[in-house]
Write a protein that binds this ligand. Structure first.
Ligand SMILES: Nc1ncnc2c1ncn2[C@@H]1O[C@H](COP(=O)(O)OP(=O)(O)O)[C@@H](O)[C@H]1O
Ligand SMILES: [Mg+2]
Length: 253
């Protein structure tokens, strides 16, 4: 079966003054699958992510969503593309002064004319999908780290996106909570048949749940293949990263 490509990054380059972060990077993200992007801190994973959702524009190269080139789109077209995405930013990024309900409803209040009872129902359903119920009136300060991530995720899916982007969804969580978030990523992908893009350096878990893994290094995708295949990739950079070893070509700085 030929996979449909949901997102394609072509020859993308991006520098910040003399810091060349992405260098003619190519990546194809298939529809309805979980693609993980791994790589060391500071390699440019979040920068890549921001180009995909149109928050940063490339120095050269392009991002295509459903075959449509993002550069050159006007504001209206870009908003239409952005509506396809749900984003879980690093650290969940909840508004501290808003209740859980207000946080989750925020994208709806911003973008639609729904009644408050319709919004309440959507919030409830969204919470149910992240396996939390009855916490609509709590404030973010009353939530654990894992619950905050889930609420952030409930907000990311409230507009029924076609793609969810997770930027380090398990960083800062203990291994048990991290495992529960990975299970949630899989269950959402299965239930909603959604295209999922997960940025992570949690290699061990990624090998278990991702359909494919792309490793970012030196501004390029070094390898992009299935978890079983990546274990066999001979490149010592890849093997060192998979093992999480401090000895090898990847330097400790
Ligand atoms: N807005 C920005 N302005 C200048 N430099 C940036 C900006 N965003 C990211 N960078 C730089 O780009 C590099 C990659 O950052 P980032 O994508 O956040 O890495 P990570 O792979 O850890 O997510 C870093 O050197 C960072 O300092
Ligand atoms: Mg990052």
């Amino acid at each position: 079966m030929v996979e449909k490509i949901k997102i394609e990054v072509r020859e993308l380059s991006k520098s910040f003054s003399n810091n060349k972060v992405l260098s003619s990077l190519n990546l194809k993200i298939p529809e309805g699958k979980i693609t993980a992007i791994i790589g060391r801190s500071g390699e440019g994973k979040s920068v890549l992510f921001k180009h995909i959702i149109g928050l940063m524009s490339p120095d050269s190269g392009d991002v295509y969503i459903d075959g449509l080139k993002m550069s050159g789109m006007n504001g209206k077209e870009l908003n239409k593309v952005r509506a396809k995405f749900g984003v879980l930013f690093q650290g969940a990024a909840l508004f501290d002064s808003m209740t859980v309900r207000e946080n989750i409803a925020f994208p709806l209040v911003e973008h639609s004319e729904m009644s408050s009872s319709e919004i309440d129902l959507k919030v409830k359903n969204s919470l149910k999908l992240v396996e939390l119920e009855g916490i609509e009136d709590r404030m973010p300060s009353q939530l654990s780290g894992g619950m905050k991530k889930r609420v952030g995720l409930a907000r990311a899916i409230i507009r029924e996106p076609e793609v969810i982007l997770y930027d380090e969804p398990t960083t800062g969580l203990d291994p048990i909570l991290a495992d529960s978030i990975h299970k949630l990523i899989v269950s959402l992908q299965e239930k909603l048949n959604i295209t999922s893009l997960v940025i992570t350096h949690d290699v061990v878990n990624t090998l278990e749940f991702a359909h494919s893994i792309a490793m970012l290094h030196g501004g390029k995708i070094l390898t992009h293949c299935t978890p079983n295949e990546i274990k066999l990739v001979e490149d010592p950079l890849v093997q060192q990263f998979l093992k999480g070893s401090s000895t090898g070509p990847l330097k400790v700085v």
